[in-house]
Design a protein around this ligand. Structure first.
Ligand code: FES
Length: 124
């Protein structure tokens, strides 16, 4: 079974590198390693488990510094429809960790603050 090194990075500076098989989810691999990540539905519907790709091995960056959208698509395979993410979120590197499996070594920002980046705050 092919696996890829996935490094999770929390806002407080903690990191954890996991070898994640191509047939397991990143959330599942993290839980097996004892890591606690936010999640809700585990079906790709709520977005609670969102992470953001920081780096994909071998990927180019666009002029604005974001990872090339094609590299994002190549780095992550979904086992079901990622309903909680809009196309612009996927292109920007957001990933639903509950249904995502890696296809390349990568670094991912994790934690509840990533989900809040996706949600408009009506009280601002
Ligand atoms: S836990 Fe709901 S989309 Fe992943």
């Amino acid at each position: 079974m092919t696996s890829h090194d996935v490094t999770l990075e929390w806002p407080d500076g903690r990191t954890l590198t996991l070898a994640v098989d191509e047939d397991e989810t990143i959330l599942g691999a993290a839980e097996c390693d004892g890591a606690v990540l936010p999640y809700g539905c585990r079906t790709g519907a709520c977005g609670t488990c969102s992470g953001r790709l920081l780096e994909v091995e071998g990927a180019e960056r666009d002029a604005d510094g974001t990872i090339d959208a094609c590299a994002v698509d190549d780095a992550i395979a979904y086992r079901r429809l990622s309903r909680a993410l809009k196309d612009r979120h996927r292109a920007a590197g957001y990933v639903l960790l509950c249904i995502a499996s890696p296809r390349a070594d990568c670094r991912i920002a994790v934690g509840s603050s990533v989900h809040t980046e996706l949600v408009d705050n009506p009280w601002k």
